[in-house]
Design a protein around this ligand. Sequence first.
Ligand code: MN
Length: 235
Amino acid sequence: MRYQWATASHKGRVRTNNEDSVYPESSGSSDDAALLVLADGMGGHVAGEVASSIAIETAVTNEGPVETRVAAANHAILEQVRRDPALAGMGTTLTLLELRAEGSGTFAHVGDSRAYLLRSGTLEQVTTDHTIVTEYLRAGKITPQQAADHPQRHMLTRALGLIPDVDVDVFEMTFEPGDRVLLCSDGLTDMVDDDTIADALRSMPTAEEAVWELVERANKAGGHDNVTAVVVDVQ
Ligand code: MN
């Protein structure tokens, strides 16, 4: 299987800095394995940027299985806070995809960044948001319409950098030629709905065009947050 990917990260139209981090930072392709990681940091001053960049760097350089990569990223953030208490409270989401040569991959996910699969023109969110609002929704306490603009929609139930033993969602997927995978931060999904994301992914022939189309649509819709997108085409 051949993978072709592109990544885009933009600070949006309101924020003065970009607390999202992404790996790799440029587009590329591989007939073998590939690793793609996205993180959306949080915390005062520059702490969000610090948390997301530590998470990405640690997850990428760690050589173990995805569980080990994410655990190492979590510990690296906690360790940085221990060394510099001014960074206390910083944390980050992390959504990681490890692709293997034979056409399968492993996702690891914590927080409210998302992974989607576009297959045969149909878009499906494959990660679960770790937010209070998603729990309310699952319990039937609120409707999907209420969830979309709920005042607590940004409150995470899980993030890296907060506790030593973070619970990580890990799952496998087998890909088919023609599949397009998207990883994105909430700066995209808060600004545009899934139909808009699906339309952008269906209409852009290359991964490079797709990521920038998504950034543009988020910014046209207001660009309230940093927006980061990774698109991988399975060929
Ligand atoms: Mn965000």
